[in-house]
Write a protein that binds this ligand. Sequence first.
Ligand code: URA
Length: 205
Amino acid sequence: MFRVIDHPLAADLLTVLRDRHTEPPEFRETAERLGYLLVAEALTDMPLDEVEIETPLEHTTGHRLHRPVVAVAVLRAGLGLLESVLTLVPDAAIGFAGVQRDEDTAQPVEYYTKFPTLVDARVLILEPMLATGGSLSWAVGKVKENGARDITAVCVVASPEGVARMQLDHPDVRIVAATLDRELNDRFYITPGLGDMGDRLFGTI
Ligand code: URA
């Protein structure tokens, strides 16, 4: 399942991220705001448990999330969506997938992974730029090796090539994005895109 969020706020925030004149402080804040919409969409079908509670006025039935949420940030760019998850789901456990893109081949090269318990959790993989799909496919393979079965990728910009690759490699994984862009260029950047998300977040341009 691939879903693009269709909301005026998402379009507005995405335009700020795309603008080359947006400096890192505003870029980070805007990514966090857009992250709220993306994470809410990624949890839209979360099963709930009924719970009995007392309001100040009377007894009522409420609902709590049925299973834990784990966010796995694909380094570095995934860090830009982490605060959004932790604000909406403060008790989410956090994992990290350190993968670097080989600049010549665009193949993922692992340098660090650390995961909490993934079994029975809704696992959100934070991979803002779904370009070739190599890093996301690799990260999904890693979390599956560690027991994850309920996986949703949270992306800001997706490319048709990346979505097609994920549908081949991991058709069971849901993908939520703020946009499906036109194509990859010959350096594997998404166009029109927003440039290198890690550089834009952390000012390393
Ligand atoms: N990673 C990015 O940060 N930007 C792209 O356009 C592609 C991959």
